[in-house]
Design a binder for this molecule. Structure first.
Ligand SMILES: *Cc1c(COP(=O)(O)O)cnc(C)c1O
Length: 386
């Protein structure tokens, strides 16, 4: 994906995602400095759309002692790419190949005794002990052991530790409402987590890392930082709690850009795109952007989002189609081939992923993880041309 060879002309960017690895490195270093605990950069879902291995490399360079992923396959992909540091994964289904994860020294997570049994099988196949973390459900009601099942899970994990199957390296949980810092669930979950740690301690477990905080909590709730924080979104420079997060100087790492496929004039009264949900109220010029919902440009962006063309924000007119959408250039000078920035860091005035999220009634997590399809992706670093 890196640029190579400076002799041939650059390929035409029909539609491309450009990822600034220096931004990821800077964001991780900034967060790590802020929290003064160990840092896990979360690189699941292809590094939130930024590229799993490239995001991981930049996060390591920024000081991340840990990488976090959802699936075992993501963890193994990090190992295949040469990452030898600590990696935690946390979402398996019955029958998955724990032996491979154990052999590759990945920290695996158990939510239940059934999962412990599967991990023990993997340990036997791999012929070496696992690094095991336990997840307690403190109130998200998603993964993890309930408070009722926790003492049993802890006891079984301790027995497995004594039998040499694994070392319990971590105990963790996850917030439901960390982007709403005043939500009472945050206090309740942190209390429940402390109770769960006491139960584990009483059972003889001595985890190396206790962790609860995602990006929003890491930034906004110092009491939740424990030994390690798990930062996904903020590592990519996006705001995990809009309206609450102080300015930390994080830099959005992703830019989604394209070349205008066509520019033309339309007359007052012309309906634009499927369903004619926008009708020109005056003569205008429109630009055709060659990306659509088949590329992860949310259809909800129709008539509400903006893109940057020729030095201004331009409103999306009409519906987003599968392959293309239309922006209003209002008669300004622009031509086929001109650059259109859907979103970027915002430094020049272009919309950000957060702007797209607000326009579409979603969160920036969804904007960056869904963009893809026929967009190509390249990575650059400070000193390289953007
Ligand atoms: C995705 C995820 C994170 C990262 O969350 P952000 O809000 O992006 O920081 C942390 N922990 C778990 C368990 C996750 O699933």
């Amino acid at each position: 994906m890196e640029e190579s060879g400076r002799m041939s002309p650059p390929p035409v960017a029909r539609a491309e995602i450009v990822v600034d690895l220096a931004a990821i490195r800077h964001n991780v270093a900034t967060l790590r400095e802020l929290v003064s605990t160990a840092m896990m950069a979360v690189v699941k879902a292809d590094g939130y759309g930024h590229g799993l291995t490239q995001a991981a490399g930049a996060a390591r360079a920024g000081g991340a002692e840990w990488l976090g992923v959802a699936t075992l396959d993501e963890a193994l992909a990090l190992r295949a790419a040469g990452d030898t540091g600590r990696v935690l994964c946390w979402l398996a289904v019955p029958g998955e190949d724990y032996a491979a994860a154990v052999a590759e020294d990945v920290d695996v997570t158990a939510y239940s005794i059934a999962e412990l049994d599967e991990i023990a099988d993997g340990v036997r196949q791999a012929g070496r002990p696992a690094r095991l973390q336990l997840k307690i459900d403190t109130g998200l009601s998603r993964g993890g052991a309930t408070a009722a099942d926790w003492p049993g899970l802890v006891a079984a994990a301790r027995a497995g530790e004594e039998a040499g199957h694994w070392r319990v390296s971590g105990i963790w949980s996850h917030f439901a409402c960390s982007d709403e810092p005043d939500h009472p669930a945050n206090d309740a979950q942190e209390r429940a987590f402390r109770d769960a740690l006491e139960t584990a301690e009483a059972a003889g477990l001595r985890p190396e890392v206790r962790h609860l905080a995602n990006s929003a909590a890491a930034i906004l709730r110092p009491s939740s930082r424990f030994d390690l924080v798990r930062c996904g979104l903020a590592s990519y420079g996006l705001d995990p709690a809009p309206g609450h997060t102080p300015d930390l100087g994080l830099v959005p790492a992703m830019t989604a850009r394209a070349s205008l496929a066509m520019v033309k004039s339309i007359g007052a009264g012309a309906g634009v795109s499927y369903g004619h949900t926008w009708v020109a109220d005056r003569d205008t010029t429109v630009g055709l952007v060659p990306a659509g919902y088949g590329d992860g440009v949310l259809r909800h962006a129709g008539n509400v989002a903006e893109a940057w063309v020729a030095g201004k924000r331009r409103p999306v007119r009409g519906r987003i189609c599968m392959d293309q959408f239309v922006v209003d250039l209002s008669g300004d000078e622009a031509a086929a081939g001109d650059e259109v920035v859907l979103f970027g860091p915002g430094h020049s005035g272009e919309p950000t992923a957060q702007d797209w999220a607000e326009a579409c009634g979603t969160i920036s997590y969804e904007i960056v993880t869904r963009i893809g399809g026929r967009f190509t992706r390249r990575h650059h670093d400070r000193g390289d041309p953007a």
